[in-house]
Ligand binder design. Structure first.
Ligand code: C5P
Length: 237
């Protein structure tokens, strides 16, 4: 399984959000050696599938396949085995899929051996408000639901969690140092917020206890993505 980042650059996960496999591969080539991980999300995977994962892996970067799986345990286990066969280093599932589903994901990942993907659990989507949660029958405050799902996922065998910058400190306080945390919603000083409502800087996220930082557009939309990544890594020294 991928080791927790040992250098500032290794903390950076670049989200290669595009439908274009060649574009994703070009970003990965430009970023190899300057960041830790390349993230293939739903947009790229729906457009270009396993070939996109292979194209990005050719850069030498470990791949985070962000499929946010949520289905019955048997189906999720099958998807995890398929993803493990693509050689991905990280894979997401929804904690809300429940204990048995998360456990099935971990068990399926184990079949890939020592190089198995790290299973990361997503708690509450950051796009959901308290009112949205209430409409689905969750009357608790979002922060309580995040903590409940985080504990459930870790107890069920998730290797780590994806969480918003605002959740890093409370999750660290509740769960300690041992749980890897992967954090999107990161904006370097001076970059645009885009559609991210609650953002934090790379330095703030690491200070709060983030391990990996998921950063998309501030890198991929930069005139020179490699230079943008280098500047973020330098800000973390
Ligand atoms: O371009 P940007 O830095 O906003 O990209 C962030 C990436 O992290 C996207 O791939 C997005 O899907 C993902 N993400 C997020 N917020 C979450 C979970 C995942 O922005 N709560």
């Amino acid at each position: 399984m991928i080791a927790r980042p040992a250098t500032p650059a290794a903390r950076i996960v670049a989200a290669l959000d595009t439908q274009d496999r060649a574009q994703a591969a070009a970003w990965a080539r430009a970023l190899a050696g300057r960041i830790g991980v390349a993230k293939v999300g739903l947009e790229l995977f729906a457009a270009a599938g396993p070939a996109a994962v292979a194209a990005v892996r050719e850069s030498g970067l470990p791949v985070f396949l962000d499929l946010k799986l949520y289905d019955i345990p048997n189906t999720v286990a099958g998807a995890v085995r398929s993803a493990a066969g693509l050689g991905v280093a990280m894979l997401t599932v929804h904690a809300a899929g429940g204990r048995a589903m998360v456990a099935a994901a971990r068990e399926a990942a184990e079949t890939a051996g020592a190089d198995r993907p790290m299973i990361l659990a997503v708690t509450v989507l950051t796009s959901l408000t308290a009112a949205d949660l209430a409409a689905t029958g969750v009357e608790d405050a979002p922060a309580s639901q995040v903590l409940r799902l985080a504990r459930l996922a870790i107890a069920a065998g998730a290797d780590g969690l994806v969480c918003s910058p605002l959740e890093v400190a409370p999750l660290r306080a509740a769960l300690g140092r041992s749980v890897p945390l992967v954090v999107p919603g990161i904006r370097p000083v001076g970059s645009r917020a885009d559609d991210q409502a609650r953002v934090t800087t790379p330095e703030e996220a690491v200070a709060a206890g983030a391990d990996w930082l998921v950063i998309g557009r501030p890198i991929t939309r930069a005139p020179d993505p490699a230079a943008a990544a280098d500047a973020i890594a330098a800000s973390l020294r």
